[in-house]
Each structure stands twice: as structure tokens, then as C-alpha cells.
Design a protein around this ligand. Structure first.
Ligand code: AMP
Ligand code: MG
Length: 484
């Protein structure tokens, strides 16, 4: 389809006008296309050639408003680092409407009523990070928002230490509603009506099978608990850390949203903190499932006017066991085992592995890729060679070997299982940093190469063999800041 034939549908104006703001974007000066995403084009039926046009750049920049589109920003609230903030909102994001069930939103399009002291902008580095990471997560089967395109510009914004160039990413999601949206609606006049209207909206967009059910609001909550348990299990399995799991960054659809100081863990450290601002480690790797449960508890409170709090709290007890169940299934696959064969879920073996990886100071995801390609227990040097300390890993292999014998599988059997879950490439922060540095010089090739690697992480990318190696120690497990 041509760009000008694309028709957007806005479904948010059914709400009281205090709950959103209609507004125009403030375009960036001299916008330039960095990259567009063919997979995202397919999702909205947009012809690839259209993305090379000036009109497309203007569309991302907000100066070309498509048919049916009425730009707006949404208000929400949220618990930030555990403290309630009664009013947040799309401070730099503008929604354009939906096509094919994908709600399009630009991030960095200027000041809105919800910008507070912010400038409404997103700088190049954070935009590149978000653009690539959503696609990397999707390719690993982790539910996430997606991105259609990213532009650079001659507009600058002041950040911590210098002026940085501004950028816009066009994001897409089946839903942009957050737990924080419910928290805001729960604090309005007519909260009961507003809450049921919002819950109906979420059900229509995300949980349509519940539309005609009794107690549908409680069931919506249960569905989100289920989705979130699965989401967190996937994050934990791949060593992904979100970094700012505030309730305003927690999706009502169970998706990974609002990419900020995230990281795929380099070297395994269960207490790893990727967000520089998070001095107490509230959002450390290990804490993530507990924080998700805490966030869901906040949602239960916000919904309590329209749904039964006690029932929701009861259901929430299932969150951690459910999370553990999915996590263990996935971790078994990561080591090539079928729990049915070994007669248990191999919890002890997996816990021992995490301890061994931690003691060995070993690159987490590279370990699994090398395990996938292992051909014999007599030579595990491809793995021990990347350990700083090897004893714990050697010991673990003794335990693993025994379980494999019980499992009755061959190296080949296990490889078949592992190949589907252990990618050769995981997008680490240092790789994104390489792409960002080149982009600052006007060279966007690495952004596009990383996009390709992110979308095809199980394939060979010969020119990028170095990115399949352990993260160089000097770049490992570094922390990033929120403000970008
Ligand atoms: P975050 O935790 O990064 O998702 O952001 C928290 C809140 O701050 C959200 O309401 C954002 O819209 C807002 N915000 C973050 N950066 C900016 C900015 N540069 N300008 C305006 N609002 C911002
Ligand atoms: Mg946010």
C-alpha cells in the first residue's frame, strides 16, 4: 500500500477529554532517515519503496499527518521506584491512530501537556537503542512493542554532559495502556465509570475473548498476570533487564515497553543492575519477577472499585509459581534437556549452573551458544576458555553429564533443542554503542546491520563474528542512566 492510502483509526476520544490531549507534533529540523523496518511495514501493509520518500520522513517527523489520524498524547500516573506520582503521561510521545491493530506512536515529537520539566525530545542514542532492541526481543519470542522507522535531525537537546542530536522513533504496539493509566483513572472524579470504560477499552484491544464474560474485569487482571508471568520468565531466561520497571512502564498487554537503560546481561551476575539511577537495585536482574508482582498488586488496588480485590490478590499468588514453571521449561531447553525424560524439572542443575556461571564470570548468552555446539564432554575448552575461573564450570559439567545420561539423549538430540532457543547473537549494549558512535558521524550502516542481526539472531553473520564472542571485559555489565 502507498503511504497516502494508509488510513489510521483513532479510538481514544471516547474518553473524557481530561484523559488525553489533542496536539500537533513539533517537527525536528532537517530530518534524515536512519533506517526503516521491513517487518514492521509488512505488519501495516506499507510498501517498502514508500519508506524512501520525503513524505515518509515527514510522516515520522509529524509534519505529514495521514488520513484519519488525529494526534494525541495520553495521561497516566505511576509508581516510580516505589513512590506514587499522580500525574505522568506521554511527555514526549504522540499517538497517531491505529492501522491493522497496531497503534502508531512517535517518541521525541516535542512538548505535550505531560512533559513536566522535560523538553519532549529523545536523543539519538536512546532512539537507536529502542529501535533495535524491540526487534531483537521479538526475534527471541519475547512479547514487545515494535518500531517502524527512525530519523535523525539537526535539532539538539541538552543532556547530562552535552548537546546531543534529537531523533524520533515511530513505535507500534497493539496497546499503549499501562498499569499507570489505570492508576490515573482510579484517581479521577467519576473514577468508577472511567475505570470500567478503560477496562472495556483494554479488553476490546487486547483481551477480546473476555468481552462477553461475567466478571470480565477480574478476568482481564488474571490474563495480565498470566501474560506477565510468561514475559518475566522470558526476560530472566535471556538475561534481559528492563532497568525501570515503574508501573507507568508496565504494559497492560504483557509486552516489554518503554526501552530505557535496559541491557542483556553480559557476564552472569544475579544482582546485576543496569540502571545507573537505581542505586538500591530495586530493578536488579534477580528482583524483576518480584517487582512485576508488586506492580500487579498496584493494579489490583487501582481496579478495586470495579473488580473484587480479594479474588485478584488470590490469583496473584499464582504469579511466581507460574513464572517459575515457564522459566524452568525454557532453561531446560537452553541446556538441551527434556524434563519429561529426566523425570523432574532439573531445578537443582539449573540453580547450580547459575552459581557456576556467576563464579566463573562467564558471558551468559555466549555460554549457551557454545554449549549448543559442544560435541563431547572430553573437551569443554570452548566453554572453559571464556571463564575467568573454570573450576565451578568443570564441576557443573560433572552434574550435567550425569543428568544427560539419565535423560538418554545424545549431543545431537540436545543440539536440536538448543538450536531453537540459543541464538548466536544477542544484542549487547556495547554493540549498540558502536552503532551510536558511527551514527553520530552520520554513518547509519551499523544501525541497519544490527537491525538485521537483531531480527535474525540464529543465523550466521560472517562480517560480525566478533559480536558472537563474549563481551570485552571493559564493556561488560556497565550501567546506563535514565535521562535520554
Ligand atoms: P520513563 O521512565 O523514561 O518512561 O519516563 C517517565 C516519564 O517522564 C514519562 O511520563 C515520560 O513521558 C517523561 N519523560 C521522559 N523524558 C522526557 C522528555 N525528554 N521530555 C518530556 N517528558 C519526558
Ligand atoms: Mg515510560
Amino acid at each position: 500500500m502507498k503511504l497516502k492510502e494508509l488510513e489510521l483509526n483513532v479510538d481514544y476520544f471516547e474518553f473524557n477529554e481530561k484523559l488525553y490531549q489533542k496536539l500537533d507534533a513539533t517537527p525536528l529540523s532537517k530530518p534524515k532517515l536512519i533506517s526503516f523496518n521491513k517487518q514492521a511495514c509488512d505488519l501495516i501493509n506499507l510498501d517498502y519503496e514508500e519508506c524512501e520518500s520525503e513524505e515518509f520522513i515527514d510522516f515520522i517527523n509529524g509534519s505529514n499527518v495521514l488520513k484519519g489520524s488525529v494526534p494525541y498524547s495520553m495521561v497516566y500516573a505511576g509508581h516510580q521506584f516505589g513512590y506514587f506520582v499522580p500525574q505522568l503521561g506521554d511527555g514526549r510521545a504522540i499517538n497517531l491512530g491505529a492501522v491493522n491493530g497496531w497503534h502508531l506512536q512517535t517518541k521525541g515529537s516535542g512538548i505535550t501537556n505531560y512533559s513536566r520539566r522535560g523538553d519532549g525530545r529523545a536523543v539519538l542514542r536512546s532512539s537507536i537503542r529502542e529501535y533495535i532492541m524491540g526487534e531483537a526481543m521479538h526475534a527471541l519470542g519475547v512479547p514487545t512493542t515494535r518500531a517502524l522507522a527512525i530519523i535523525d535531525s539537526d535539532t539538539f537537546a541538552h543532556r547530562e554532559w552535552e548537546q546531543e542530536s534529537c531523533s524520533i522513533v515511530m513505535r507500534m504496539s497493539p496497546s499503549w495502556i499501562r498499569i499507570g493509566t489505570f492508576e490515573f483513572f482510579a484517581n479521577t472524579d467519576n473514577s468508577k465509570e472511567n475505570l470500567s470504560q478503560l477496562a472495556d477499552y483494554v479488553i476490546k484491544n487486547t483481551y477480546p475473548h473476555l468481552e462477553n464474560e461475567n466478571n470480565k474485569y477480574e478476568k482481564m487482571f488474571y490474563a495480565l498476570v498470566d501474560n506477565s508471568a510468561e514475559l518475566l520468565a522470558k526476560w530472566q531466561t535471556y538475561g534481559f533487564m528492563h532497568g525501570v520497571m515503574n508501573t507507568d512502564n508496565f504494559s497492560m498487554a504483557g509486552l516489554t515497553i518503554d526501552y530505557g537503560p535496559f541491557a542483556f546481561m553480559d557476564y552472569f551476575d544475579k544482582n546485576c543492575i543496569c540502571n545507573h539511577t537505581d542505586s538500591e537495585g530495586r530493578y536488579s536482574y534477580n528482583n524483576q519477577p518480584y517487582v512485576a508482582r508488586w506492580n500487579l498488586m498496584v493494579l489490583a488496588q487501582a481496579l478495586s472499585e470495579i473488580a473484587n480485590l480479594e479474588k485478584m490478590q488470590d490469583y496473584l499468588h499464582a504469579f511466581l509459581p507460574q513464572h517459575e514453571n515457564v522459566y524452568l521449561q525454557m532453561m531446560n531447553k537452553r541446556i538441551g534437556l527434556n524434563p519429561k525424560n529426566s523425570g523432574n524439572n532439573n531445578l537443582d542443575l539449573i540453580v547450580e549452573l547459575l552459581g557456576a556461571l556467576q563464579s566463573a564470570q562467564m558471558d551468559y548468552n555466549v555460554f549457551f551458544h557454545r554449549l549448543t555446539n559442544l560435541e563431547s564432554f572430553d573437551d569443554i575448552s570452548s566453554i572453559t576458555d571464556i571463564a575467568v575461573f573454570r573450576q565451578s564450570i568443570e564441576d557443573w559439567f560433572e552434574s550435567y553429564k550425569k543428568v544427560c545420561e539419565k535423560d538418554g539423549s545424545t549431543f545431537e538430540d540436545r543440539r536440536v533443542i538448543m538450536k531453537k532457543i540459543n541464538p548466536k547473537y544477542i544484542i549487547k549494549n556495547y554493540m549498540l554503542q558502536d552503532a551510536i558512535e558511527l551514527a553520530h558521524e552520520g554513518d547509519y550502516t551499523l544501525v541497519n546491520d544490527l537491525l538485521n542481526i537483531a531480527q535474525n539472531p540464529f543465523d550466521e553473520h560472517e562480517a560480525f563474528e566478533k559480536y558472537a564472542q563474549p563481551t570485552p571485559m571493559e564493556y561488560a555489565n556497565t550501567q546506563l542512566s535514565c535521562s535520554s
